[in-house]
Unconditional design. Sequence first.
Length: 582
Amino acid sequence: MAPAFNFSETLESVISDAAKGLGWDMSAFAPDVRPADPSHGDFQANGVLAYAKSTRKNPRAAAQALLAALAGKTPDFSVAVAGPGFINFTLTPAALLDWLGRHDSEDHIREGAASIGKGKIWIVDYSSPNTAKQMHVGHLRSAVIGEALARMLEFSGAKVVRDNHLGDWGTQFGKIIWAYKRHLDAAAMKAAPLEEFERLYKLGNNTAETDAVVMDEARAELLKLQSGDSENRGIWEAINRASLAAFDQIYARLGIRFDCILGESFYNSRLESVCTELTRIGIAEESQGALVVFHPEHPHFATQPFMIRKSDGAANYATTDLATIAYRVDHFKATGALYVVDKRQSDHFEQLFLTAAKWFAKDGRPLPDLRHVDFGTVLGEDGRPLKTRSGENIRLKDLLDEAVERSFQLVTSKNPDLTESERREIAEIVGIGSVQYADLSQNRSSDYTFSWDKMISLDGNTAAYLLYAIARVRSIFRKAADDATHEPKAPTVFETPGELALARKLVGLADALRQATVSLRPHFLCTYLFELAGVFSTFYNVDKVIVDDPGVRARRLLLCARTALVLETGLHLLGLRTLGRM
């Protein structure tokens, strides 16, 4: 068996070949190799059991037959049949040492992992705030989940296009422009432009909602904008400049970057052609003055039309999203697109994807893999969506600032001898990372409760715990460098239970990456990293690293080096920065 990064994938291939040699048709049953319970081995093949039951074979006898067919083909493992017909594979200490020796950098890990995404072009649509408004805590999850998924897909070999689909067009701009022309505070605009635009939006919106005359005036301002009026266009551009400048400050702190920022306004000229095309091919039809698409075959949407043009002739989100899909396929040649948007939009995306499928089928074009990557709500400890005490949305900038300040207190308590500037620098990494990791470590489909005490803590599954684990490993190498009494020597094979457990956990990185990437759920990677840090702690407490025997010393330093590498690689994939001292 050739050396592999992902032993599960390699074993699946070897098992499939052995089954063919026995004349078995397992095409309907994947070998289904998964990481095993440590008491059973490193990997377990479950597909043979399902195949045997379907063909009325004795499951254990079938497993024994396959075991015989595998003879000589799995030199890196000891193999045994267990239970009713499971096949367990246990990596040899030499194979573990070989794997750790070869995967000695983030680039080498990437080379091994880059198989799932090869040949794919993914658009990752995330963050997407509305301009003229401050980013608040409700924007957090899309931003950090989307960035993590983009990094994981790139790592898996895919080409990724990060797209920030801004809400930069629509009826709200008529209200803002109305308020701008009548109630602008020039001094406030100079000092904090986005805050002033947000104030004007609230003022214009509230006034228009209670005064029909103002609503008509706001509509007139919107029409002038849409018609290309230079004054209104200039105000609109100023709103977007101020918004993007403020957004970029947040993105820089979160380590987020975009390949393109194509907001709703970008697709404005393409909307009419979408309506015309869907009507021409018989998908869209008039209903009560609106243009809609029906999906009578769908149990939930049989009587709920998907509106792509309102009765007053205005386009909407559906029109823009259909134009966006077409552009992404035509321009980027996208084979798939992820929409990282909260779960409350599930119906919209399901109808959108159904409509796009019918459109592309009529056109004879391949449909990209469209997925709604949904997520739950960030809750306060009262079980309600997280807000300020006055009921306002918490600004994301303020949330990050508080996280950094709380982390500064933690860092100061742990390492008061560092200079204040050093503690501030560490606190920025720990604080921002804590906010990101607290979100990513949750199953994204679930709501989660925001808790400062749990988030910024050295106990439990937190960013601070993992960052401290890395710093702890780095301190071992500083100590080793100070001790120059030993000549370097090649490591000997692992022997102690602590060494073997840590080596096996490190090899499990491949399956953790695959599981997190295929399922689009970063929390699987978080769980693995937390478990790895725990296994390392157990190893470190039992097996002294800086020992006199040069072979033992070398292999234990190797385990420490790979632990730091895997923890850092994993955290980088999640969007976090790491540090060598904490």
